[in-house]
Design a protein around this ligand. Structure first.
Ligand code: 8GP
Length: 829
């Protein structure tokens, strides 16, 4: 009876009374208990990896505690929630980030010391969670950290791929891809929720029925797959709030065809069931290019459908109809990949909740917002109508109906302007009919955001010109940001400590604008000295890493010049390599006495090429071929080294960025939507060599031209150059270095031919030839500045000081106020 229950509750309360304690004794006991009972190793005999497992389970307990409290509290308060839908999250490692955000880093380090372990060593045991490709995916991870830190009631939703982004292995200078089966050794950072699961339907047909005098659509699926939730707690910094990243895994469904089993072919029936799991098996490794593949479309719908069932169930727990849905729910589409959520909400509201079209549309048009990460129209997603119709027959009907009504609206406004109608239509006519996912999203979202000011201008004038004319108020921009928790505090502890000492507070970890305070000390000799020391320590750490990785010794006194990001023609790693060839050529032809004036450089390049992107793979090979030549040339010695860091990922970035002097962000102007790597380097006091592209334009405004090395054609000039035919301004120097590659100076003459063709004569679409001279000038400027270490250090301090605007906290605050309409909801401590 009731008495029993309250006695039980009382007992539970006594047992659970108080939060977990973080004194060294409790932490040690906790870690050892997990080694013994969770990892099932003897507490008298376990290695570093098992210690890491025990440690992370102990941290996980603390995460779970706060995560429960946060959800209890939010349930009671029922604020408007943000649901962030993204097919990619590049989380990297979790241990260091978690203990720092929980505020127990030092306590754990002490506790481990007494057990004879070192925190840093154990942290190195963790592998990266690489459930994403590049910028878009790491941005999602940074934004989750900011949402948690600023107490926003938010959820992330995505897919739990069994294979993350491929591992890059270099053999003879060529990239090879290896599967990243990252779950092999268990994942302590996730919580499997066997009871949180939903059926997701595919294929089949739509039947029309009449129910209570109303026409209804009933979708009879051909296949059903179960989506099971895996929850990943995301702790905020300096707050109890810990939000949830819910990732779905596909499992065979019990609702599946009894028929198959009744026919007697038991073995094949089981094997067919097992195939369901392939839906969440792998991440597509294509960055910024789209192929209309059935499995990819299945992934998109699978994750969207499960997420929406979850979201709607949560809403219905405390609401009896959908009137308040737009006041309680904001759905953010991270690029167009989750845009099937739009017809899916329409379908659920109409077919399952029996709302009429107008009412459902009234809701749908208020809840969705979209961020676009692409620049060129060719990069926008299209899905063949036949494919969509066979996989999701009811959704295709709904999309057609949305388009029909949209076309009617356009006709009222523009009359029968068929060119415009066909450009704006959700359905693309042609040999293969396609659904344009971007157009679908633009019609249905209340807000569309670009990722930098320049990017918004491109969207308005080029990519979505027609839509902008029709709905100017829908278009906004939120310049990207990155989280200083991971990109300074976790990855650069010496700098973090130095900043706090000089500002007299560590409040900048939650309020990056405070970094401006460093400006007053930029010329202070003792700050400069400490600053240089910190940079030196990080450079030594990086050189040790390089030696361990590829067996090459580099001097930490040289300038470390770094370009790390996905390999793309528009990002122009080739420009960098041609510049290095030029530098090599100069040193080679120099009088011995002039060599003293050369600033020694270590050029570092890292990044993955999409497996099918031939030109990008040739760029990687060229980098190795050139490195082979330079690094073994005794005329050159330590004056120039070229290092390719294999298998670039988040944890490699955490090591490389703090140890860099100069970093390159040299895309052809107008091609990089924003760029976020630049922001990480900036925060860490690394100087930028960059074109006026994406967010760089805004970085220049914050720290000033004089503290950066800016070069090359700007967007307007690029447009003009292309209109007037390419390759107008090509220097002899450029011709010379390309010829060296072409004529086999670095070997592999035939293999590099097509690569050389991309930049010569009229085909130099990314304008390497045009920008080469000004690139070399900017590089010479950098050399000059580096010789004067005082000046360089001042520029470095001013870079960090001016980086406050590029915190993802600023981006998220802007989204919360101007796009999502959500407010902080802070769980009491
Ligand atoms: C990237 C943009 O290229 C980059 O400029 C921007 O900073 C970043 O998104 C975050 O906004 N785009 C992608 O990473 C991207 O499109 N990835 C494809 C896998 C979808």
């Amino acid at each position: 009876g009731a008495g029993d229950r309250s006695a039980k509750a009382e007992r539970m309360f006594q047992l659970m009374d108080g939060f977990m304690t973080n004194d060294p004794m409790s932490l040690q006991k906790d870690i050892l208990d997990h080694v013994e009972y969770t990892v099932a190793r003897s507490r008298f005999n376990f290695d570093d990896f098992e210690a890491y497992q025990g440690l992370s389970h102990s941290v996980r307990d603390r995460l779970i505690e706060r995560w429960h409290d946060t959800h209890q509290y939010l349930k009671r308060k029922d604020p408007k929630r943000l649901y962030f839908l993204s097919l990619e999250f590049l989380m990297g490692r979790s241990l260091s980030n978690s203990v720092i955000n929980l505020g127990v880093r030092d306590q754990y380090a002490d506790a481990l010391n007494q057990l004879g372990f070192e925190f840093e060593v154990l942290a190195e045991q963790e592998g990266d969670a690489a459930l994403g490709n590049g910028g878009l995916a790491r941005l999602s991870a940074c934004q989750m950290d900011s949402l948690a830190t600023m107490d926003f009631p938010a959820w992330g939703y995505g897919l739990r791929y069994q294979y993350g982004l491929f591992r890059q292995v270099i053999l003879d200078g060529f990239q090879h891809e290896q599967p990243d089966y990252w779950l092999n050794f268990g994942n302590p950072w996730e919580i499997e929720r066997v009871h949180v699961s939903y059926p997701v339907k595919f294929y089949g047909a739509v039947e029309e029925k009449v129910l209570e005098g109303k026409k209804c659509h009933v979708w009879v699926p051909g296949e059903t797959v179960e989506a099971v939730a895996y929850d990943n707690p995301i702790p905020g910094y300096g707050t109890r709030n810990t939000i949830n990243l819910r990732l779905w895994a596909a499992k065979p469904s019990d609702q599946q065809d009894m028929e198959a089993f009744n026919t007697g072919d038991y073995i094949n029936a089981v094997i067919n069931r097992q195939r369901a799991e392939t839906i969440s098996s792998l991440l597509y490794p294509d960055d910024r290019s789209y192929q209309g593949k059935e499995l990819r479309l299945k992934q998109q719908y699978f994750f969207v459908s499960a997420s929406l069932q979850d979201i709607i169930r949560r809403f219905k727990d405390s609401h009896s109809n959908f009137d308040d849905f737009p006041e309680k729910v904001a759905l953010q589409l991270n690029d167009t990949h989750p845009s099937l959520a739009i017809p899916e909400v329409m379908r659920v509201l109409i077919d399952e909740e029996y709302l009429d079209w107008e009412k459902a549309w009234g809701i749908v048009s208020k809840i969705f917002s979209l961020t676009i990460h692409a620049v060129n129209p060719e990069g926008l997603e299209k899905v063949p109508v036949d494919l969509l119709g066979s996989l999701l027959p009811r959704h295709l009907q709904i999309i057609y109906q949305i388009n029909f009504l949209f076309m009617e609206e356009l006709k009222k406004h523009y009359g029968l302007d068929y060119n415009r109608l066909s450009r704006m239509s959700i359905v693309e006519e042609g040999a293969v009919k396609n659904i344009r996912m971007a157009n679908l999203s633009l019609v249905c979202c209340h807000t569309v955001d670009g990722v930098s000011r320049l990017h918004l201008a491109t969207l308005k004038t080029r990519v979505f010109k027609d839509f902008h004319e029709f709905w100017p108020q829908k278009f906004q921009y939120k310049t990207n940001g990155v989280t200083q928790r991971r990109w300074i505090v976790v990855s650069n502890p010496p700098l973090s400590g130095l900043i706090s000492r000089w500002l007299g507070t560590d409040a900048w970890i939650r309020d990056m604008d405070l970094l401006l305070g460093l400006r007053d000390h930029a010329e202070d000799a003792s700050l400069q000295e400490e600053w240089m020391m910190v940079r030196k320590v990080n450079k030594i750490r990086l050189s040790e890493f390089i030696e361990a990785m590829i067996g090459m010794k580099v001097s930490p006194d040289a300038m470390f010049d770094v370009q790390i990001k996905r390999i793309h023609e528009y990002k122009r790693q080739l420009l960098n390599i041609l510049g290095i060839i030029h530098r090599y050529d100069c040193i080679k032809n120099m009088k011995e006495s002039d060599k003293e004036k050369v600033v020694p450089r270590v050029c570092i390049i890292g990044g993955k090429a999409a497996p099918g992107y031939e030109i990008a793979k040739k760029i990687i090979k060229l980098c190795h071929a050139v490195g082979e030549k330079i690094n073994n040339d005794s005329d050159i010695g330590d004056l120039l080294k070229l290092v390719f860091i294999p298998d670039y990922n988040v944890s490699v970035a955490e090591l490389v960025i703090p140890g860099s002097d100069l970093s390159q962000h040299i895309s052809t102007a107008g091609h990089e939507a924003s760029g976020t790597g630049s922001m990480k380097f900036l925060m860490n006091g690394c100087l930028l060599l960059a074109t006026a592209d994406g967010s760089t334009v805004e970085i220049i405004e914050e720290i000033g031209n004089e503290n950066m090395f800016i070069f090359g054609a700007n967007v307007q000039e690029v447009t003009n150059l292309r209109q007037n035919g390419l390759g107008v301004k090509k220097s002899l120097q450029f011709a010379r270095v390309v010829r060296m590659v072409r004529e086999g100076y670095f070997g592999f003459k035939d293999y590099f031919k097509s690569l050389c063709d991309t930049v010569e004569d009229s085909s130099d679409f990314y304008l390497l030839g045009n920008d080469f001279e000004s690139y070399l000038e900017a590089q010479a400027e950098a050399d000059k500045a580096f010789v004067d270490q005082k000046k360089w250090t001042k520029m470095s301090i001013l870079s960090t000081a001016g980086s406050g605007r590029f915190s993802s906290d600023r981006t998220i605050r802007d989204y919360a106020q101007n796009t999502w309409g959500i407010e902080p909801c802070k769980c009491p401590s």
